[in-house]
Write a protein that binds this ligand. Structure first.
Ligand code: UD1
Length: 428
């Protein structure tokens, strides 16, 4: 298994181009099930998770071509078409690899009026049930049963439009229902919908395919179902988690980094925090410049919240920054339980972090020391790399396959800015 070595202590200078968002691309790929197509996606990042999603769509009968880009900063192009009838069994072997596979449930029900989808796996960050997805689809008339680890759902006459209020804010459930409602009979009103930008991106793609949707970007989305959807071309939204990760990298390592191909509004909550820690943020035409003089960051508390609040997917990375803070900070995780798996790994590098309930208390240190560490989930992996940029010596991050699920060419992007980082192929 590959490992990554990071020699700490180098400042970063240069440009980091941001890829298309994994979390936008995953539901967009699933949306191809809603029409005979083709759906053409541009700005597609080359990530293992997208490969898993494509594998699933192919099993379901979708034809996929994917031209991956070999140029840093240029996204790939994916064409998906499902002119014939689709298969309706999403098998455990594929779904277990990635929770986002569950996105096929809504589109399959909408198009084929039945589906048998394995309950998902994915990052081990808490229980992560799918009850809200199921409640919403049941409200639209689907009969749903659980059989041997599979969700078995059917709606013989098609899905019916419904009024559904999400009992909790869920990104994935909002996306699943948005797709399902596009082909339902009549009007669906989703309230307490999640506000994450990936939902608006999906909605805009569905509109390009012919869906009738209003209220995107608000908590109340109204969908008037149509009989069929058609071909469309859609660029994948820039990745806000990747954007934020590199902004934090610059704040830890110091230097001047131009983060391009992205938008400040996607990471406004993080940028406000970074400013308070002492980083300078300069918005640019296609992103932002992060300038930091290498002094210790001020310790500033953070709390994860649904968008537009501070994202849980940046919590681990922000904690790496706070590990170098000049005092005490509290980082509260309100979205997922058990999302502090990076804490013992950061502690191996000398970070002083204790956990009380849903809050990590971080006592900043003047130095961290390199150590062999273990990546435990996708975002935690990136936090260990960031910590390595600021630590003394050579940090080795083991089990980097998690990283490849969600960060495109991270070692190349950082080394182009002067970081001492390399991938060690093979055993580890
Ligand atoms: C998405 C993102 C993930 C991010 C998360 C929160 C994708 C592919 N993944 O995940 O990277 O960390 O949003 O921003 O976009 N919940 C339930 N029942 C449900 C659904 C969710 O109890 O049916 C709970 C979850 O366990 C969690 C909270 O709701 O505690 C938020 O989850 P949700 O917004 O659904 O996250 P995902 O869509 O899985």
């Amino acid at each position: 298994m590959d490992r990554i070595r990071i020699g700490g202590g180098r400042r970063l200078h240069g440009e980091i181009p941001i890829s298309g968002a994994k979390n936008a691309a995953l539901p967009l790929i699933a949306a191809s099930l809603l029409s005979s197509g083709p759906l053409t996606l541009t700005n597609v990042p080359n990530l293992v998770d997208l490969g898993s999603m494509v594998e699933l769509l192919e099993v379901l009968g979708v034809g996929v071509t994917w031209e991956k880009s070999s140029v840093l900063g240029v996204g790939g192009v994916m064409r998906l078409s499902a002119p014939g009838p689709v298969a309706t069994l999403a098998p455990y072997d594929i779904v277990r690899k990635m929770r986002a596979s569950f996105f096929v449930l809504g589109p399959l029900l909408a198009r084929a009026h039945q589906a048998r989808v394995s309950l998902p796996g994915g990052c081990a960050i808490g229980a992560r049930p799918v009850d809200v997805h199921l409640k919403g689809l049941a409200a639209m008339g689907a009969a749903i049963e659980l059989e041997e680890g599979y969700v078995v759902a059917s709606c013989p006459g098609g899905l019916q439009g419904a009024e559904f209020e999400f009992p909790m804010v869920s990104v994935g459930a909002t996306e699943n229902l948005l797709m399902a409602a596009s082909l339902a009979h009549g009007r669906t009103v989703l309230s307490n919908a999640a506000l994450e930008p990936e939902i608006k991106d999906l909605g805009e793609c569905l509109i390009a395919m012919g869906a009738k949707i209003s209220g995107l970007g608000t908590t109340r989305i109204v969908i008037d179902g149509v009989a069929e959807l058609g071909p469309a071309t859609h660029p994948v939204l820039p990745d806000r988690i990747e954007t934020g990760t590199y902004a934090i990298a610059a704040a830890i390592a110091g230097g001047e980094v131009d983060i391009t191909g992205t938008r400040v509004d996607l990471v406004a909550s993080l940028l406000m925090l970074l400013k308070r820690t002492g980083a300078e943020i300069i918005p640019t035409d296609n992103g932002m410049k992060i300038v930091r003089d290498g002094r210790r960051p001020r310790s500033i508390d953070a709390r994860t919240e649904p968008f537009p609040g501070f994202p849980t997917d940046l919590q681990a990375q922000y904690m790496a920054l706070m590990a170098f803070g000049d005092g005490l900070s509290h980082i509260q995780e309100t979205i997922f339980e058990n999302r502090f798996m990076h804490v013992p790994e950061l502690a191996r590098m000398g970070a002083d972090i204790s956990i009380e309930g849903d809050t990590a208390i971080v006592r900043g240190q003047a130095r961290l020391k390199a150590a062999p560490v273990m990546a435990t989930d996708l975002r935690a992996s990136s936090s260990l790399i960031l910590a390595g940029l600021g630590a003394e010596g050579n940090t080795i991050v083991n089990r980097v396959y998690h990283l490849d699920r969600g960060f495109e060419r991270i070692e190349e992007k950082l080394s182009r800015c002067g970081a001492d980082i390399e991938r060690l192929r093979g055993e580890g």
